[in-house]
Design a protein around this ligand. Structure first.
Ligand SMILES: [Fe+2]
Ligand SMILES: [Fe+2]
Length: 136
């Protein structure tokens, strides 16, 4: 399976937000590349996934604070989607521990596609279209 590339339709219209999204995407692609380079010891995987989880959680927390401060009307469904994505990521981590590398790679790439294709083009573009950029 191919790595996830950045596409024009992932853009939210706010440059700094898109930069952050690109960084998350790069981090995930880097992890997949490391897996392919055969560096996938359990310790390495756990630290790669831990890093991805930490960065994504921090990004989501920033958006959620921004939405709360602005009394954003779509906060609930947006936050629910963040929680679903983090649950998926935790599930991938658990599956990795108990399953094969191949399943892990496929589920990681599959979920990434969902995140970037769906979350960025719906929730994030709606949010930033209405409220602009969040404070950093
Ligand atoms: Fe975002
Ligand atoms: Fe979001």
């Amino acid at each position: 399976m191919a790595l996830v590339g950045w596409k024009k339709e992932y853009e939210t219209g706010i440059e700094s937000v898109d930069e952050e999204h690109k960084e998350l995407l790069a981090l995930i692609n880097e992890t997949t590349a490391k897996l392919r380079a055969d560096l996938h010891t359990v310790e390495n995987i756990e630290s790669y996934l831990g890093e991805i989880h930490a960065k994504i959680s921090a990004h989501f927390a920033l958006e959620e604070r921004f939405m709360r401060d602005a009394s954003y009307s779509h906060l609930k469904p947006h936050k629910d989607d963040h929680e679903r994505l983090l649950d998926d990521l935790r599930r991938i981590m658990v599956n990795y521990r108990s399953g094969s590398y191949l399943q892990f790679e496929q589920s990681l790439i599959q979920h990434l596609n969902d995140w970037f294709m769906i979350h960025f083009t719906t929730h994030d573009s709606l949010l930033h279209g209405e409220l602009g950029d969040h404070p950093h």
